[in-house]
Design a protein around this ligand. Sequence first.
Ligand code: 5GP
Ligand code: ZN
Length: 115
Amino acid sequence: MLEGCIFCKIGAGKISSHKMYDDGEVFAFKDVSPQAPVHVIIIPKKHISGLDVVTDEDGRILGHIQVVAAKIAKQFFEMKEGFRLVSNCGVDGGQTVFHIHYHLLGGRSFGWPPG
Ligand code: 5GP
Ligand code: ZN
C-alpha cells in the first residue's frame, strides 16, 4: 500500500467504490466517470505504478487480471458483441492514476485507432 495512492485506498476499502469483484489479490470497481455503458477498473491490490515498471514476477497477476476481466464481462454484462480491455501507460498513454489498472469497456462499439 502506497501512502497517498487513491487506487491502493480503493483496493483496501479505505475509499468507497462500487465494487464488482474482489479475490484478495485483484479488485474491480466501476469507473467514477464512465466512458461507455460498461466501464470497470481492474487493479492488483499490490501497488505497481504502471506497465512500464512491471517485472517477470508480476506476470502471473497481470495474466490473472485478464481472466478476471473476461469473467466480469460474462457474469455481469451483456457484451455478446465484444468489449475492450485497455491499460494506459505514462503521459503519452494517457495515464492519470499511477497505480496500474485496466479499463474494461463495453456496451457500445469503439473506434480504432484510438485518438
Ligand atoms: P487512467 O486515465 O489513469 O487510464 O484512468 C484512471 C481512471 O480512474 C479514470 O477513468 C477515472 O475516471 C478513474 N478514477 C479516478 N479516480 C477515481 C475514483 O476515486 N473512483 C473511481 N471509481 N474511479 C476513479
Ligand atoms: Zn497504489
